[in-house]
Ligand binder design. Structure first.
Ligand code: URA
Length: 434
């Protein structure tokens, strides 16, 4: 049906509510090329400013789901479970959870995204492994899941293509931090997967799209309710993102850290805890409703025995990585030629880390995108040596940049806020929304 795109934008600009059919017509018109990127960019800004009602969220979620096909996993006997994060800095948990939960006996079709705004994306991180393919045909996804129980995939022309297009536009139009748009984006693609359970990691804080716990709670409720409207049983954990998760931020450097975790090394307490809590929830969602805690021992055993690591190797081999590259990991990951220390600007305690700015600065160096067409440089990244609450001396290295050529360190140093302390303790996992 012919759409009057301008009228549609004006309705939202003026605070009106769209009917489900109108939303469907507008976005189907977009997929056919009749509605242009500039129309959608304007509508996204109007939707960001005015918000989406519950009915509009559900309608947009369904339009995203129906924009392509669905994964038919009916032939796979194992229960299907996935996890999704609302976006953070240094969050590499998906890289670990996919093989870990697959090794526990579930089927994990991990449909992830690329970096968005200041946050990183699982697909960008994975693509630092030479040879890997994450844009897979549906038949290939099903084949890999049947054999290995897990797969890393993106939205494709076949699955949720509308999310792929909107995601890229939101990234460059300042329209990411919206409860309605995030909800439709996440649930729209997860609803294509034929899931028995979905676990959501809703982040709050200085490095998240939701800056307060109250906003994160609103997003968590919106996600869980919209998932239910689409027939998916979901639960959410609200977790802290006031500082990067783990000891690295970037792409290759995060894969390197994920590999250590997959080998059972507790490199970073916060990263270990968030990963294992999400893993427990995933097991609880599909194996046993009752005691999530009892899974902890089994999950840790799976990591420490090397079973999760082996599963990771099998999955990435099935996605195109040669066994020679796999055997040489992490040595086969790209490395930046220069290492530059980021030094504390005073003595005392790290009182805070401006995680949003850190993410933006790294994206500016090539670890993320500033424009849709930007290519990622997988070798660019940051190792973090000091987290919130740790003591530092003036001039001591708090982090180290992996870069090409020279770089101005002052903006990075300013991200590490040093003061007298004491630093208020924050809860890592704030609450659950079921
Ligand atoms: N992850 C998504 O898939 N979409 C968003 O909008 C934010 C995080």
């Amino acid at each position: 049906m012919q759409v009057n795109a301008t009228e549609f934008i004006i309705v939202k600009r003026d605070g009106g509510e769209h009917r489900a059919e109108e939303l469907g017509d507008f976005f189907r018109g977009y997929l056919r090329g009749e509605v242009k990127d500039y129309h959608v960019a304007a509508w996204l800004m109007a939707a960001y400013e005015r918000g989406l009602s519950v009915a509009e969220r559900v309608a947009l979620t369904r339009v995203i789901r129906e924009s392509g096909g669905r994964l038919d996993l009916g032939g796979i006997g194992a229960p299907k479970v996935d996890k999704h994060s609302t976006g953070g800095v240094g969050d590499k948990t998906s890289l670990v959870l996919t093989p870990l939960i697959a090794a526990m006996g579930a089927c994990v079709p991990m449909m992830s995204g690329r970096g968005l705004g200041h946050t990183g994306g699982t697909l960008d991180k994975l693509e630092s492994i030479p040879g890997i393919r994450v844009q897979l045909a549906v038949e290939e996804v099903v084949r890999i899941l049947e054999r290995h129980g897990g797969v890393f995939m993106g939205q494709t022309e076949e699955i949720a293509p509308l999310d792929r297009a909107l995601y890229a536009l939101r990234d460059v139009t300042g329209t990411v931090e919206s409860v309605g748009l995030i909800t439709a984006s996440i649930i729209g693609k997860k609803a294509c997967e034929d899931l028995d359970g979905l676990v959501l990691d809703v982040k709050w804080g200085r490095g998240a799209f939701m800056r307060t716990v109250a906003e994160a709670r609103m997003l968590a409720q919106s996600l869980v309710e919209t998932a239910r409207e689409c027939g998916i049983c979901a639960c959410a954990l609200i977790t802290d993102m006031n500082e990067p998760l783990g000891q690295s931020v970037g792409n290759a450097v995060e894969v390197e850290e994920a590999l250590m975790l997959l080998r059972g090394e507790k490199v970073d307490e916060r990263l270990w805890e968030v990963t294992l809590r999400l893993a427990e929830e995933m097991c609880r969602a599909v194996f046993d409703e009752e005691g999530g805690e009892k899974w902890r021992e089994k999950l840790e055993g799976c990591l420490r025995s090397g079973r999760a690591y082996e599963r990771f190797e099998e999955i990435i081999a099935a996605q195109g990585v040669s066994w020679e590259t796999i055997r040489q990991l992490p040595g086969s990951l790209p490395r930046a030629p220069e290492r530059v220390a980021i030094r504390a600007r005073g003595s005392g305690v790290v009182c805070g880390i401006d995680t949003y700015r850190l993410g933006r600065l790294l994206a500016g160096l090539g670890a993320g995108r500033v424009r849709v067409s930007d290519a990622i440089d997988p070798a660019i990244g940051l190792y973090i040596y000091k987290h919130c609450g740790e003591e530092v001396r003036a001039g001591e290295a708090v982090a180290e940049l992996c870069v090409r050529g020279s770089v101005e360190t002052k903006p990075f140093e300013e991200c590490f806020e040093v003061g007298e302390g004491p630093v208020e303790e924050r809860q890592l996992i704030v609450e659950e929304v079921r």
